[in-house]
Ligand binder design. Sequence first.
Ligand code: HEM
Length: 256
Amino acid sequence: MTEMTAGSATPEALFSAPSARTLRKALEIVGWLVMAMLLWTGLTSIFGRADFLMEASTVEYTDPLETFNAFDGRYVQFSFATWAHLIPGLLIFGLGPLQFSRYIRKNYLNFHRWSGRVWLTCGVISAFSGGFIGIFYPFMGVDGQGFNESMATTFFAVYTLFCMYKAYSSIRAKQFGAHREWMIRSWALMLAIATERVMLGILMGTTGVGVEVLFGTTFWMAGVVNIVASEIWINLTRTPGNGNRHWKDLDAKAAA
Ligand code: HEM
C-alpha cells in the first residue's frame, strides 16, 4: 500500500513530504554549524601562514629549505605564489557565506553579482597558485611521497575550475537552479582545505602515522568527503521541474 502511494505520488508531493522537509531543515542547521567550524579553521590557517611569512621576511637566509623546515621553507621559497594563494583565500572564505544568504540575494542583488565575480576571480587565482605549489613542489617532493599530494592537487584544482566555469556559464544562461548547484560544489571544494586540516590533526594525533604520509592522503579524503556532502545536499534540495524554484519557497508553501 505504501509502495503504491509512493509510486503514484507526483514529484512535487514527494519533494514536499513532511519527512523530506524536516530533513532539509535539520541538515541546513547542521550545514551552517559545520561551515562555521570550517571557516574558523581555514581563516586561522590563513592568518597563521601569513604571520609566518611576515616573520620569515625579517630573517636572513641563503637556502629557505635549510633555514626553515622542508614544509615551511617552500612557502618562503615561493612567497609570491603563497601570497597569491592566501589573499584570494581570505576573500573566498570571507565572501563565500554571504553568497549563500537569501536575504542578500533578495535585497542586494547587485552586491551578490559583484561579490560573485570577485569570488570566482579569487577562486581561479587560488586554484592556479595552489596548483603551482602543490603540483610541482609538493611537500616530500614530486618524485617521492609528495606525488600523492601532486595528483590530489591536480585533480581538485581542475575540478574546482570546472565547477566554477559551470557556475558562471549557467547563470549567464539564466539557469538559476544549475548555477546554485555548481556554486555549492565550488564552495564545498574550497572548504575542503579546512576539512583537510581537521582530518590531518585528528589522524596525526590518533594514528602515529607521520605528516609525510598523511598530508597527501588527507587531501584526497577531505576532497571526497566534501564532494559527497555537497552532492547529498544538492539532491535533497533540487526542486522538481527545471530546478529554478528555491527549495525554501516550496517548503514554505507546503507548510502553509
Ligand atoms: C582550488 C582551490 C585550492 C587548491 C587547489 C589549493 C591547494 C593548495 C596547496 C596544494 C597548498 C600547498 C600545500 C603544501 O604542499 O604545503 C595549499 C596551501 C594552503 N591553502 Fe590552498 N588551495 C585552494 C584553495 C584554498 C582556499 C579557498 C583557502 C582558504 C582558506 C586556502 C588556504 C590555504 C592555506 C592557508 C595554505 C597554507 C597551508 C599551511 O599553512 O599549512 N586554499 N593550498
